[in-house]
Design a protein around this ligand. Sequence first.
Ligand SMILES: [Zn+2]
Length: 251
Amino acid sequence: MTDKLDLCTKALSLRKELGQDTTSPIDIFSLAYTIPQLTLVFYPMGDHLSGMCIKNDGNPVIAVNSSMSVGRQRFSMAHELFHLFFDENEHSTVCTMKIGSGNDVEKVADQFASYFLLPPVALSEAIKKRQGSSIDSFGIKEIVKLEQYFRVSRQAMLYRLIEDNKLTPQQADKFRQGVIRSAVNLGYDDTLYKSLPENKQYKTYGYYIQQAEELLEKDLVSTGKYEQLLLTAFRPDLVFGDESKGGELND
Ligand SMILES: [Zn+2]
């Protein structure tokens, strides 16, 4: 039996530790860059895995399945933060795609991710604000508004509404299909529900890149080795340059 209050406290305390308040929607990937020595890898992992966390003796690596939608990737990142900060048993974990499935730790990590991205107080305030007094009637409009506000995928939003007894699983099933269309028809942008283009699905950020730069600066590796390190990390843009490098003109 999971202690929801304990998980919620963990989620809110990690938000604070990372310099966030306890209610606002967060840019989780920007936040991840502030975690010391964390390397973040985006890699398409197919239809069954959402991500992985390798603790690596204080030089952790979190990998996120970049073929998932942007909203789902954000949830996966929050899930991996649970493994990194609170899962004391495993040194490395590979995580399944379906939210709320897998072993007990996976389920707990999903609940944590949900509280981290949708803090309970913020969610209930957002529901009140958007629904007025008719808390009982959850339609597609309310669901899209909430997922857009908190930047989570439809499946993540429905998972939480079921957890909080706002929807039954049967009611939720009605909203699982036609996700993009339902949001676009209400006037929203669809980036939350789509993955990035294939050529942007392979990337490494964070500590690994800093380390490669440092090795080169200190003459500890040759330029060839440095380039090899970056190419291994899917960063040909740093080796060969690309048109957007610099970026001052359209910043
Ligand atoms: Zn996991």
